[in-house]
Ligand binder design. Sequence first.
Ligand code: SF4
Ligand code: ZN
Ligand code: ZN
Length: 306
Amino acid sequence: MGMKCRVCREPAVIDLKRHNANFCHPHFVAHCEEQVRRAIRHFAMIRPGEKVLVAVSGGKDSLALWDLLTRLGYPADGLYIGLGIDDYSDESLDHVRRFAGARGLTLHVVDLATDHGFTIPDAAAATRRAPCGACGLSKRHIFNQVALDGGYDVVCTGHNLDDEAAVLLGNVLHWDLDYLARQHPALPAAPGFARKVKPLYRLGEREMAAYCVLERIDYQVEECPMAAGNRHIGYKETLNDLEARSPGSKAAFLFGFLEKAHPVLGRGETDDGVVLHPCPSCGAPTPGEVCAFCRLRARAIPVTAS
Ligand code: SF4
Ligand SMILES: [Zn+2]
Ligand SMILES: [Zn+2]
């Protein structure tokens, strides 16, 4: 049918309905770079000379993010967390190691089982809840701990436009104002917490997959086997239906929230006079006696041992 690149009129390799544009390979890569550059600039995500840590899972988003940050002149070290989810975790580590090795990048590896004595399946069994809650909690804790220990100024994660729009839909459906206030592509640093940013929030899932295929980034295609039942999957499907009927609605939903609604929501409950103490077990700031991660670990470890 002869799609042509919007920039150079050469044959295009991808059509982006949201942008009403087709791109050839080099101009699609330039488009991805530009979206990340805009994200970083718009929210002052990374400042010159800062030490950057990128959380990598082995999937398309996080490896594309690491690649794009490097291209854009933000040298970043990687952090991989072994979740202990059977073959899925072993294979994801292989993808990350190959990526980092081929580019001579520094990779930190924290293994939940080796370093903390439990896996995500253990935590799910011990708490009798869906694994994603324990998984998210563990990842946030370890990202922050490695960032602080290593003197990193900022932690980047590979959440894309589809991820953020799905989380937003969930938060809006439940009118969870605390979560809405804390949903932002750039969460500032606070005592004991590194800055956390999402430089891919302007790029969709399909764009990230295309980026990896075109740039020959060998990512883990298989999804986490514990994702089944995660309610965000349903939200993503709903948003994809909307997007098919009306291209651009996903971006309008998320970007409109960030521009118009987030500024009136305040900054979330953490600022409202809650006093944080260092966790006696790990030192992380916590409003309670022991931090949520150490409490989770205490519940999960006996299950492993028995
Ligand atoms: S799907 Fe859930 S359990 Fe699997 S990696 Fe994601 S958050 Fe963790
Ligand atoms: Zn072109
Ligand atoms: Zn702790």
